[in-house]
Design a protein around this ligand. Structure first.
Ligand code: PNW
Length: 494
């Protein structure tokens, strides 16, 4: 049989951008070095049993010192974009006030190293590591006092790095870090806001801070830049075709994505269902604020890992809102989470590592998911929004942590098939007319996976955390990901 090198109906558009992502707290280490101040996550790693393996990120991947090696290993594979986050408490150890020049020097060198190696640097300003002092002083994101502090931090970063960085993200997944409120009881000051209201106060501060930072960024960077924030959540599938389940799905979109996307892309304000829920405890946005929020994004960025089934709970559609059973659940919505291999005629694939029960290999759903985001927030937006980007996607190989042979660890068959199928799904979506503009794989190395510590691994490179040298090794999934662009990209194979 003659070889057909690729599916002829699929290809990445020539301006499709792609790369890999990581985040400061999860990889940097050097927690007390070169003037870095503590963040809330340094504190959370000291709360007994808050992290499953009671580990800290004091060293993590030691990327603060190994960034040159890390960047060269990405360049060696032909990776186009390296997306990383800045540590706010490294740049501003007290959250505001004096700038730590060593941090600016560090990130300058990191960015310059990327450019030397032909890798485009891309920056997220905030990936969950609030300077601890701001949490203690006014409750972090629970208070609107954070807005001017965040905007000033953003201005400092745009001015320092904006000449070399053109793709910026203000905040990573407000759905996740806002639903982490309330933080562990008694640990931080009690700010007297009832638990179920806290996520919405956080979300309000986020929308104000993001949108103001967006406008400051545009005025500094100009129009060649793009700035957005990263939303998060799975594709939502009704468990049955009942109207109650359809309503539950809509509520879930509203209380997850719509909570942040409707204001930014559609109306300047929350979805009606959210407005109704928060009325009485959250102030309304002013008209000027709505104007500032609407249109504060250049493309739709979504961390689109997975899909979930939703159904109407017996206890009523509002019963799950604000019910945070696990701080990393993105959703306070009215959902019952089912993940049988087959349900309602729809398939959701194997679960990831037991430490990440929210994550299933639901790649069959990706074309519908991407089209949903385009049809719901991109196309109807009054402003110019350049398509949908998958700014994180990845998988925790089941039981990878219990493997002992390096050769078995590096053969990450489930993660590899996840990337294989996911890249096909993106190509299919593009062929069907969805404007998918780029993607970033999570993550380029094993790292500190928040409450899972080092017990859950998302890396396309293995890191041996018991060796002080922290050696990196490419896993099979890394090659699988790269191959998609060699086969279907405009740059050709090699
Ligand atoms: C992302 N969910 O979080 C984060 O941005 C990363 O820092 C993290 O390491 C990565 O995913 C893997 O967990 C998510 O419940 C948290 O759907 C929760 C969900 C998705 C992503």
């Amino acid at each position: 049989v003659p070889l057909t090198p690729k599916n002829e109906s699929w290809s990445f558009p020539s301006d499709f951008w792609w790369g890999v992502a990581g985040a400061a707290f999860q990889i940097e280490g050097a927690a007390k070095d070169e003037g870095r101040g503590p963040s809330v996550w340094d504190a959370l790693t000291r709360v007994t049993n808050h992290i499953v393996d009671n580990s800290t990120a004091d060293v993590a991947d030691n990327n603060y010192y190994m960034y040159k090696e890390d960047i060269s290993r990405l360049a060696a594979q032909g990776v186009k974009i390296y997306s990383f986050s800045l540590s706010w408490s490294r740049i501003l150890p007290f959250g505001r006030g004096p700038v730590n020049q060593q941090a600016i020097d560090h990130y300058n060198d990191l960015i310059n190293t990327c450019i030397e190696y032909g890798v485009e640097p891309s920056v997220t300003l905030y990936h969950w590591d609030t300077p601890l002092v701001l949490q203690d002083t006014y409750g972090g994101w629970l208070s609107e006092d954070i807005v001017p502090d965040f905007v000033e931090y953003a201005r400092i970063a745009f001015e320092a790095f904006g000449d070399r960085v053109s793709k910026w993200y203000t905040v990573n997944e407000p759905i996740v870090f806002c639903n982490q409120y309330p933080l562990p009881a008694q640990y931080f000051k009690n700010f007297t806001i009832p638990n179920k209201q806290q996520p919405f106060h956080c979300g309000q501060s986020v929308l104000l801070a993001h949108s103001q930072a967006y406008h400051v960024g545009k005025s500094i960077l100009g129009d060649h830049s793009s700035i957005t924030y990263k939303n998060n959540g799975g594709y939502k599938i009704p468990l049955t075709n009942s109207s109650a389940d359809a309503q539950a799905v809509q509520r879930a979109w509203d209380f997850n994505e719509g909570w942040f996307s409707d204001p930014v892309y559609l109306t300047g304000d929350y979805p009606e269902s959210v407005k109704e829920y928060v009325s009485g405890f959250l102030r309304d946005f002013t008209d000027e604020e709505k104007q500032q929020i609407l249109g504060s994004s250049d493309f739709y960025a979504h961390d689109a890992y997975t899909a979930q089934f939703y159904m109407a709970p017996d206890s009523g559609l509002d019963s799950c809102i604000g019910n945070v059973t696990h701080p990393l659940y993105p959703s306070c919505a009215n959902t019952t989470y089912t993940y049988s291999a087959e349900d309602g005629g729809w398939v959701i694939g194997p679960a990831a590592d037991p430490g990440s029960p929210w994550l299933h290999k639901a790649t069959d759903w990706v074309p519908a998911f991407l089209k949903y985001m385009q049809d719901t927030w991109v196309t109807p937006s009054p402003g110019p929004v350049k398509g949908v980007a998958v700014t994180e996607f990845g998988f925790a190989e089941p039981f990878e942590g219990s493997k002992t042979l390096l050769q078995d660890i590096l053969y990450d068959a489930v993660r590899t098939s996840y990337y294989h199928d996911y890249m096909e799904a993106i190509l299919m979506a593009i062929a069907e007319g969805t404007d998918v503009v780029g993607c970033l794989a999570w993550s380029f190395v094993d790292n500190f996976e928040w409450q899972q510590g080092y017990a859950s691994r998302f890396g396309m490179q293995y890191v041996n955390f018991s060796d002080p040298a922290l050696p990196r090794y490419y896993k099979a999934s890394f090659f699988e990901y790269i191959n998609a662009f060699k086969i279907y990209g405009s740059e050709g194979g090699d």
